[in-house]
Design a protein around this ligand. Structure first.
Ligand SMILES: Nc1ncnc2c1ncn2[C@@H]1O[C@H](COP(=O)(O)OP(=O)(O)OP(=O)(O)O)[C@@H](O)[C@H]1O
Length: 722
């Protein structure tokens, strides 16, 4: 069977009978959305159609042959066409490639071809549990796994693709598999190729973007700031600031965001841009480094129909490329699009329970369904029709509705599959495009530059949240005044001995709480955002962590300093300049230690709920072993390890040593008569058993505590990804 293309411009659609069962059309872009035709101007595109039924049927015998049958993007070689010959003069990359260039109107601008063959995705209960069971009974071991995708094959070759199917059919699983974003408990079998070569997440990060369903963004930054920071972090280091700014402006114009460039993104409590605009910002962040491939998971979820249509029109324009530019191949998972949205897709993958029911041109889908005996009724949304056919109606509790038996449903599925030619995948598709891509790798901004940009972003966010900082300062002043007045001018009398311990212990406890609560509330959300940015290859985990530690510490500094200045003088602690600075240093280290503990807990627990449950216990233990209720030297040996973990203890013991060393106490005659006079602080230190360590030891222990907690937190951020 030969196919040939006649280049006769006929507008809008006219069939050219070339004497074969392959028919060719030439059409103009009159029927594409206005926005797109403006971009392209008016030009003619050559398309061919192929019969899709198992037994090829010439289209001429189907009475209502319509342009719907035009296959303008399908790239799967059908077995029935496997004798397809390479045209003379083609670039020799095989019949598949040639077919692409014949079938795809923008093949010269399609830069990415994604192919998968015999792809099976399974989920296991737990990776470690499975490995353990395998070790225990390796001969008889049969892993318990749920199959999410069943041995599917296909290809994505340009244009805008919809992955459709009922809920739970595996749309997100397919997207995540192709984008190498599955979680650790997933087992993938089969081949996936990007431009003819196996690929991994790192390679995909360079050329592809992924927009997740929920628009997780930094609510305190404006649209322009959000995009500008991403541009600074993601665009190659060779870009100048001017070029970055131009790229951001370009993306904002493309996505229709220019009118909100100065509006903050917004948080649940502070309204910012709209839902559709948020989605556009997420897409914009991915478009900044001009990806060749864009995955979008349910991009229209939560949007009203007008906004959703508007967004899809934007994607359609991106997918067909602006003049002279390479087009972005877009793959969207979508639930049940309205008909106008459905019309914007070039191609379709229809999934049901992890199986592919249809893949190929969107327009041809209706024909396949008709050939299988399911023509789309008049005035019915084609997307609804496709889903209605493949989704069996469930009987309701009232016994209403017509149910279809599993057998009938299986018959429908096989009728649909039989109405299409079997797919024969060529894994080498797009190999020539790969060479171009490999030469195109440009280095990312340096680690130092990333830290610098992230620091700037962090400070900007903190400034936008200045209310929280101001409230924390006011609260610190109030608490400090309260403590200072309760223990006002403690003096040097014997009665001051029983008051010194509690006030020092209370200072240590108080410094820990506020910072820890702030971290526990904000870090899990920040972590989710960071994970997402890192999944897109925006920056190194170490750069993020370094910037966070520096910014948080600098913002935290004033609180213990203000606290110390007020409390120290109101209480009237042992006054020398050195002692005051040592006290302040302990307050500062205590505050940093508590936030480090909270950071570690929330990095390991991952969610706010879990962190909020675990942190109070950690704080309680720190207090219990804080050295006040029971002297550290008198603790039972088996608790020694918990005692070592208490940052409160090192603060309390350190400040006590600082206060009591060199402290002279006055005694009244009555005290002497009762023989209960304690003349100096050294005696108290010995009595309380605090002399097992010195001040330097306490400072060292606090520093070690901070370093260990932060190192564990870093490992949590770096390696715990879900
Ligand atoms: N981590 C997982 N553990 C267990 N089952 C999973 C997991 N991920 C997905 N599944 C199951 O795999 C099937 C496909 O899920 P997937 O999220 O891909 O479906 P979907 O078509 O995107 O659904 P929806 O449209 O509702 O988002 C579902 O039955 C789901 O319960």
């Amino acid at each position: 069977m030969n196919s040939s293309i006649c280049e006769i411009p006929i507008t809008p659609y006219k069939e050219i009978d070339n004497g074969t069962d392959n028919h060719s059309y030439t059409r103009s872009f009159n029927d594409i959305p206005e926005s797109q035709s403006k971009q392209h101007g008016k030009f003619d595109v050559h398309l061919s159609i192929r019969p899709t039924s198992a037994t090829p049927v010439p289209y001429s015998i189907i009475p209502e042959t319509t342009p719907d049958m035009i296959d303008n993007s399908i790239s799967l070689r059908s077995s029935s066409n496997s004798n397809h010959k390479t045209q003379p003069g083609s670039n020799g990359s095989g019949p598949y490639e040639r077919q692409l260039s014949l079938l795809d109107p923008m093949s010269d601008r399609v830069s990415t071809i994604l192919v998968w063959q015999n792809l099976t995705v399974q989920i296991r209960e737990d990776k470690k549990k499975e490995a353990f069971q395998r070790m225990k009974s390796y001969k008889t071991f049969v892993p318990k796994r749920k199959c999410l995708l069943h041995n599917i094959s296909g290809a994505i070759t340009g244009g805008i693709w919809a992955v459709m199917g009922p809920s739970g059919s595996g749309k997100s699983t397919l997207l995540n598999t192709l984008a190498c974003r599955l979680d650790v408990n997933t087992v993938v079998e089969g081949e996936m190729r990007l431009n003819g070569a196996p690929y991994d997440n790192a390679e995909l990060k360079r050329i592809a973007g992924y927009v997740m369903q929920d628009d997780l963004l930094n609510g305190y930054l404006t649209v322009e700031e959000t995009l500008m920071y991403t541009a600074k972090l993601r665009l190659p280091r060779a870009f100048t600031d001017k070029q970055r700014k131009e790229r951001v402006e370009d993306v904002m114009t493309d996505l229709g965001l220019s009118h909100v460039y100065n509006v903050i993104v917004g948080t649940p409590l502070k309204k910012g841009i709209s839902g559709g605009e948020r989605k556009r910002v997420c897409v914009g962040m991915q478009l900044l480094n001009r990806p060749q491939l864009l995955f979008l998971d349910e991009p229209t979820s939560g949007l009203d129909s007008v906004t959703a249509l508007d967004l899809l029109r934007t994607f359609h324009v991106l997918a067909h490329g602006k003049s002279q530019e390479k087009a972005v191949t877009i793959v969207c998972s979508i639930h049940q699009p309205q008909s106008k949205i459905f019309d914007l897709f070039d191609s379709l993958i229809l999934l049901k329970a992890g199986n592919v029911i249809y893949q190929g041109s969107r327009k041809q889908a209706m024909e396949v369904f008709r050939a299988a005996g399911f023509p789309c009724p008049l005035y019915t949304n084609p997307a609804d029709h496709l889903l209605d056919v493949i989704t069996p109606p469930k009987s309701n509790s009232m016994g209403g509705g017509n149910t279809i038996s599993l057998k009938q449903q299986a018959a429908i599925d096989s009728a649909l599959i039989n109405a299409q030619s079997p797919v024969d995948i060529d894994l080498n598709m797009g190999v020539d495009k790969r060479l171009v891509q490999m030469n195109d790798v440009q280095p990312h901004p340096t680690w130092i530059k990333q830290v610098q940009v992230l620091l700037q972003r962090n400070f900007q966010e903190q400034i936008r949240q200045s209310k929280v900082i101001i409230i924390s300062l006011i609260q610190t002043i109030l608490i400090a005044v309260l403590i200072g007045t309760v223990f006002l001018n403690i003096g040097n009398a014997q009665s001051s001995i029983v008051r010194r311990g509690p006030v020092l212990f209370f200072c240590a406890v108080n410094q820990g709480i506020f910072g820890a609560l702030m971290v526990i509330n904000s870090f899990p959300v920040e972590r989710a955002l960071t994970l997402r940015e890192r999944a897109s290859g925006t920056y190194f985990a170490s750069a993020y962590f370094t910037a966070k530690i520096i910014a948080d510490t600098l913002v935290q500094l004033p609180v213990p300093i203000i606290f110390s200045c007020i409390v120290y003088f109101l209480v009237g602690f042992h006054y020398t300049t050195a002692k005051f600075f040592i006290f302040t240093l302990f307050m500062l280290l205590c505050s940093i230690a508590s936030t480090s503990l909270a950071l570690m807990v929330s990095a390991i627990c991952k969610t706010t709920d879990m962190s909020v449950t675990v942190l109070p216990m950690a704080l309680e233990v720190s207090r219990l072993f804080g050295g006040f209720f029971l002297a550290p030297s008198r603790l039972p040996k088996y608790f020694a390890w918990l005692d070592v973990l208490s940052y409160v203890k090192y603060t309390y013991v350190g400040t006590s040593l600082n206060e009591l060393r060199g402290l002279n106490l006055t005694c009244t005659k009555a005290d002497r008569d009762r023989n209960s006079c304690i003349e100096n602080g050294e005696i108290i230190i010995r009595e309380l058993g605090l002399d097992y360590i010195n001040i330097i030891g306490c400072i060292g222990a606090l520093l070690a505590f901070i370093i260990i907690c932060r190192s564990i937190a870093f490992l949590g951020v770096r390696f715990l990804k879900n």
